[in-house]
Unconditional design. Structure first.
Length: 170
């Protein structure tokens, strides 16, 4: 399966599915009857925020309702499941220390995964997170394994997907 949207393209192995989307920004504050200087947080983000592309790739059926970093999807993962999130940040992030590494990692190792890398710990799961710049675009790569014990078989699958993923310049 091939996906190509928002300047991100990927080729997924059989049995995988993915989505490359750009979450709609919540309505601007004035449309909500709020003072323009007041920002509120809601389930889909802050009013008036700018959004950027997000790729969710998985070797299991992705639920339609997912958080930016996969909440809703990682909650239903089994031990043989793998979830990959490629989250783009705004152009103001390019050139900052956090995004200084150049190029998306495409050769992960099982030792890079840890339960402590998860946004919220789910027993048995492990994650990997890194920030980088590719094609003058700032990204976070977040990968979740359904079971740390399955890392020797899951990590090569993650690398296959990462190798088949490209980013185009804006």
């Amino acid at each position: 399966m091939q996906l190509d949207s928002q300047g991100i393209a990927t080729t997924l192995p059989p049995g995988w599915e993915g989505r490359i989307t750009r979450r709609e920004a919540p309505a601007a504050a004035p449309a909500l009857g709020l003072a323009p200087s007041r920002v509120t947080l809601g389930p889909s983000g802050a009013t008036g925020e700018r959004t950027f592309p997000i790729a969710h790739l998985a070797n299991f059926a992705l639920p339609e309702e997912r958080g930016d970093f996969g909440s809703g999807a990682v909650d239903i993962m089994g031990p043989g499941n793998l979830f990959v999130c490629l989250f783009e940040y705004g152009p103001e992030s390019v050139g900052t220390a956090l995004f200084a590494p150049q190029g998306m990692p495409r050769s992960l190792t099982p030792s890079q995964f840890s339960p402590r890398a998860l946004q919220h710990v789910i027993p048995g799961q492990a994650g990997f997170q890194t920030f980088f710049t590719e094609q003058n675009r700032a990204f976070c790569l977040f990968v979740v394994l359904g079971a740390l014990a399955s890392a020797p078989t899951l990590v090569p699958s993650a690398n296959q997907v990462l190798t088949g993923t490209t980013v185009q310049p804006r």
